[in-house]
Design a protein around this ligand. Structure first.
Ligand SMILES: C[S@@+](CC[C@H](N)C(=O)[O-])C[C@H]1O[C@@H](n2cnc3c(N)ncnc32)[C@H](O)[C@@H]1O
Length: 249
């Protein structure tokens, strides 16, 4: 039977690849990578660096396919994500069926931890249901863990809960009864909506990379700086990935 290892690689720093992930990298015959085009060049480069640095124990091949394009501001977001996942699934399925031999082990590198806002597990499960694959998941360090460590904070206050959400959901309002709110996938600087409230923010961009930016404080006092640094970094690099925690004070 063919086997697929879904390996969490952390959010940008090769040192965040765990020993378990390194062992897994060295069991893989064929790595499958979806190329993401110019904007995500850096993310693909990190994947290649990780392979060069850690997957040294045995010969392997890397098979790449272009990543399906994503509409930036679709009218129907969920339908768009469904379409994107279907296209990604089809791309992975073509590569796995065509390039992985019987009894071989394939590897897919998942950004951060594959359990958090990542479609790889769902996509590979669907491919497995049609093609009979074995699947193993290796956890990775998430951007959220790096954010908390860099700011030297805990995600939850004592005995309280943490709510993890997206910028799109946060735009609907502060999650009911949530104490600490962690926000990912926010292309719209949604924290601005809460700048008139008594809220503290711990913000991080390009976490784990050389370009890492960290800003923390009362939101109303630091919001202008976050907006300014965010826009400048995005313009300079062509893309940005940021994550933040907010809580009422
Ligand atoms: C598709 S989700 C993937 C999350 C990933 N599975 C994880 O565990 O971190 C992408 C979002 O994760 C966050 N993210 C990932 N890498 C990051 C980084 N290096 N710095 C800041 N945020 C990051 C951003 O909120 C980004 O929009």
């Amino acid at each position: 039977m063919k086997k697929i290892l879904i390996i969490g690689i952390g959010p940008g720093d090769p040192r965040h690849v765990t020993l378990e992930a390194i062992e897994a990298l060295n069991r893989v015959d064929v790595f499958f990578v979806l190329e993401k085009g110019a904007v995500k060049r850096d993310m693909v480069a990190l994947r290649h660096e990780i392979l060069q640095r850690f997957a040294t124990g045995r010969p392997h091949r890397v098979v790449e396919a272009p990543s399906p394009p994503r509409e930036r501001t679709p009218a129907d977001y969920l339908a768009c994500v469904d379409d994107l996942n279907r296209d990604k699934q089809a791309a992975f399925e073509r590569m796995i069926v065509g390039e992985l031999g019987e009894g071989q082990c394939g590897g897919i590198l998942a950004w951060g931890d594959p359990a958090l806002y990542d479609s790889t597990i769902r996509n590979v499960e669907a491919i497995a249901a049609r093609n009979g694959l074995e699947i193993e998941v290796i956890p990775g360090i998430s951007a959220i863990q790096v954010l908390a460590a860099r700011h030297r904070i805990t995600l939850n206050r004592i005995g309280q809960s943490v709510h993890i959400t997206t910028g799109r959901r946060l735009a609907e309002g502060w999650p009911e009864a949530a104490d600490s709110v962690v926000v990912m996938l926010d292309g719209e600087e949604t924290y601005n909506r809460f700048a008139d409230q008594d809220v503290e923010i711990y913000w991080g961009a390009y976490l784990g990379t050389q370009d890492e930016i960290l800003i923390a404080g009362r939101l109303k006092e630091v919001v202008a700086e976050i907006n300014r640094r965010r826009a400048a970094a995005r313009a300079a690099k062509g893309w940005i990935m940021d994550t933040y925690l907010m809580r009422r004070v």
